[in-house]
Design a protein around this ligand. Structure first.
Ligand SMILES: NC(=O)c1ccc[n+]([C@@H]2O[C@H](COP(=O)([O-])OP(=O)(O)OC[C@H]3O[C@@H](n4cnc5c(N)ncnc54)[C@H](O)[C@@H]3O)[C@@H](O)[C@H]2O)c1
Length: 341
């Protein structure tokens, strides 16, 4: 039995807390929003982000960060990417240490850094283990079989997190390619928005199959240029997470795209969203990374234009179809000249 701090009481943080408490670990759940924690403690249920799932007794809702962290062997960061640095800075200010675990997916706007890079900068000393994969909170919290990945350069640290989280319902693999796992899990949210746009426009299975295949080629091209291993993108955190997100009724990123495809404006879609859709910021960050590295990312470019320049979704999809004709054969890892898409 381990003591675990979970930072972020959203749908995924609460789900991980419930999962770990069910495995007899002692869990403290903290969030920046103390009124939200009061609501959770009041009814022992997270009605805002994970309605219908009762909190096991093993979860202590803890509004004081120092108390939540004190004595924790593992600390899970499960906050949206835009809140990661601020959250990590508050943890650093306590002077307490732990095995950090990063369960968020996304890139930091401005710095374009991965979440584990943000943690490494803010909390040097202990490498954070990345915990990502195809895992919708709505399904994990109901005990539906799921597989994810614990990634770290150190196999020993990755194994510790694997053992902490694995259960008969949650199978956890290890991987040493942190960059590959993290880019796969983050960049796929942009392609999921594009898949939702196809749904909203009423396009068919042919369109979506092609979009996901070319989307994976694009994620792989950029991810390899940024230091990930090619084969990682065909694993759970790449292809696995992409398929799950792009076909799921639970995915907020796919839903953002579907509503845009049906004709709503970006403002209308985002105004009504309680939960974070990481793909919106990731589209901008990925676009900038691709420009810096000279990597072609045509789908990401169109999604970004829809989100930031209010481009008409149908025109964006038509622009993808009307691109210069190319060979599907793979000719190289990076660069506009070598990459075939
Ligand atoms: N929901 C899922 O199924 C799922 C699955 C895997 C990974 N993730 C990833 O986990 C991360 C969190 O997603 P979520 O779905 O739980 O989000 P959410 O929108 O459901 O909840 C976010 C929570 O984080 C809190 N928060 C925001 N900024 C904070 C800060 N600076 N410090 C502490 N708490 C803060 C909010 O108050 C809220 O309670 C995202 O990166 C997401 O991509 C989500």
């Amino acid at each position: 039995m381990s003591r675990v701090a979970v930072l972020g009481a959203g749908s995924w943080g609460t789900t991980l807390a419930v999962h770990l408490a069910q495995a007899e670990h002692e869990v403290r759940l903290w969030d920046i929003d103390s009124a939200h924690l009061d609501q959770i403690e009041g009814c022992r249920e997270n009605r805002k982000f994970l309605a219908g799932i009762a909190l096991p007794e093993g979860i202590k809702v803890q509004p004081k960060l120092e108390v939540a962290l004190d004595g924790a062997e593992f600390t899970l960061f499960v906050v949206p990417s835009h809140g990661m640095r601020g959250c990590a800075e508050r943890v650093a200010a306590t002077g307490l240490s732990s095995q950090w675990v990063c369960a968020a997916k996304g890139l930091e706007l401005g710095t374009l850094k991965r979440m584990t890079e943000v943690l490494a900068e803010t909390l040097p000393g202990v490498e954070a283990v990345l915990l990502v994969g195809p895992s919708h909170a709505e399904e994990v919290s109901r005990g539906l079989p799921t597989s994810i990945v614990a990634a770290a350069a150190s196999e020993t640290q990755a194994r510790r997190v694997q053992e902490l989280c694995a259960s008969p319902r949650l199978r956890v693999y290890t991987n040493r390619d942190v960059a590959g796992c993290e880019y796969g899990a983050g960049l796929k949210n942009v392609i999921a928005i594009a898949a939702g746009i196809c749904d909203g426009l009423g396009y068919g299975d042919n369109t979506k199959g092609a979009l996901l295949t070319r989307g994976l080629a694009e994620i792989t091209r950029l991810g390899v240029a940024l230091g990930g291993r090619r084969e990682t993108f065909y694993g759970l955190t790449g292809m696995g997470d992409l398929i799950t997100t792009a076909i799921s009724r639970h995915s907020r990123n796919r839903l953002v795209g579907e509503r845009l495809g049906r004709g709503e404006t970006v403002e209308q879609v985002l105004a009504g969203m309680v939960m974070v859709a990481e793909g919106v910021n990731t589209a901008q960050a990925a676009y900038q990374l691709a420009l810096q590295r000279g990597v072609e990312t045509p789908i990401t470019e169109q999604v970004r234009s829809i989100l930031l320049e209010r481009k008409d979704p149908r025109a964006a999809l038509e622009a993808l179809m009307a691109r210069e004709l190319k060979s599907e054969e793979w000719k190289g890892d990076t660069g506009r000249v070598a990459a075939q898409d």
